[in-house]
Ligand binder design. Structure first.
Ligand SMILES: Cc1cc2nc3c(=O)[nH]c(=O)nc-3n(C[C@H](O)[C@H](O)[C@H](O)COP(=O)(O)OP(=O)(O)OC[C@H]3O[C@@H](n4cnc5c(N)ncnc54)[C@H](O)[C@@H]3O)c2cc1C
Length: 309
């Protein structure tokens, strides 16, 4: 892992920076590349614009690790409103939540009750996605996902290709059907938990995609979302899928708002399912630092903003 990535991921965990950095206008201008705005209405606007281009959306209200039950309840109520708006406005969108935003650090049962409330009011046919956070949360996250699947909920979970355990996890998750979003992984993890070499992560990603698109997964009715901006990996997966008799319409790619826009459009035009995760909200600092860490060259955009302010 490069020193710049490590530093940015450490910064993402700093409470001191979280309080202060968002007050600076050059930092706010930097994050604007990755977010349509602070409010749910800004995200709805982005959903309409992307829909006009054949792209679907997943919405996420930024925030994590809440420390008060009232905060988790307020976030759950916010998501209920968003799901209501998705239904009323017929928006082609789903939601994705972080379990620590719904109170996982406080009480697992309380968090599950909040998640179940959201699943209960999600419009029919719309998946409620669960993000994956640091490796210390994987067991709890997968347990709550499994419990939701036992109740036949329309729910999806994210898994991270950088984790050594993920292949074993997937062998148990695939028969449950449901939905799985595969990502490389965005946190700072020790070497005994996550592959330190990017090439190993990329190779594992390809192997895991084959598992998620394989015969057993298809039999179980699993929805697989290939969430990456890595155009070489996408091309390799497309070639493999075609050689194995999959139609383009059976492939779903997910990307983040503002990243690889041309590729998002290309995939939609080709007939693949192209989906963009649109984040919004005030608590964007840790999330933004993870976006910078994914591509430390992004720091230059931030520096340019500083000198042009
Ligand atoms: C829909 C979606 C949901 C996600 N949910 C989670 C989650 O729940 N948990 C989790 O740990 N991670 C999540 N991630 C983040 C993920 O783990 C990676 O950190 C992120 O996607 C970067 O990896 P990559 O696959 O794009 O490949 P990389 O090899 O990192 O990037 C490939 C190329 O994409 C471009 N790129 C990638 N990131 C950026 C960026 N920030 N800015 C500009 N260009 C960039 C660059 O051109 C880069 O060369 C999610 C990602 C997506 C797309």
């Amino acid at each position: 892992m490069s020193w710049a990535r490590t530093l940015l991921l450490k910064m993402s965990q700093s409470h001191w920076l979280r309080e202060r950095a968002p007050q600076y206008s050059f930092v706010k201008r930097g994050v604007a590349r990755f977010m349509p705005g602070d409010k749910a209405e800004d995200a709805f606007g982005a959903v309409r614009e992307l829909n006009a281009k054949g792209i679907g959306c997943v919405l996420t209200a930024l925030g994590e690790n809440v420390t008060e039950r009232a905060e988790a309840e307020a976030e759950t109520a916010h998501y209920e409103d968003v799901l209501g708006q998705i239904w009323v406005q017929r928006l082609p969108a789903e939601i994705s939540v972080k379990l620590t935003h719904l109170g996982l650090d406080l009480d697992r049962e309380f968090c599950f009750a909040n998640l179940s409330r959201l699943i209960g009011c999600s419009p029919s046919g719309k998946t409620v996605w669960i993000d994956m956070e640091q490796s210390s949360y994987v067991d709890a996250t997968l347990e709550l996902y499994r419990r939701a699947r036992e109740q036949d909920a329309d729910v999806g979970v994210c898994v991270q290709a950088y984790l050594r355990r993920t292949e074993d996890d997937l062998r148990k998750l695939v028969p449950l059907g449901g939905a799985i979003r595969l990502v490389k992984g965005a946190y700072n993890e020790p070497e005994d938990v996550a592959f330190p070499q990017k090439s190993d992560v990329d190779e594992n990603y390809f192997r895991l995609t084959q598992l998620l698109l394989g015969e057993e997964a298809r039999r179980a009715g699993l929805r697989c979302a290939i969430a990456t901006h890595d155009t070489r990996l996408i091309a390799r997966i497309q070639v493999w899928a075609a050689a194995n008799g999959l139609q383009k319409s059976q492939l779903e790619f997910q990307m983040l708002y503002g990243i690889q826009r041309a590729e998002q459009l290309r995939l939609a035009a080709e007939g693949c399912r192209s989906v963009v995760l649109v984040a919004y909200g005030k608590y964007w600092f840790p999330w933004y630092m993870r976006r910078l860490a994914e591509r430390p060259a992004n720091v230059w955009f931030l520096a340019r903003n500083l000198f042009s302010s």
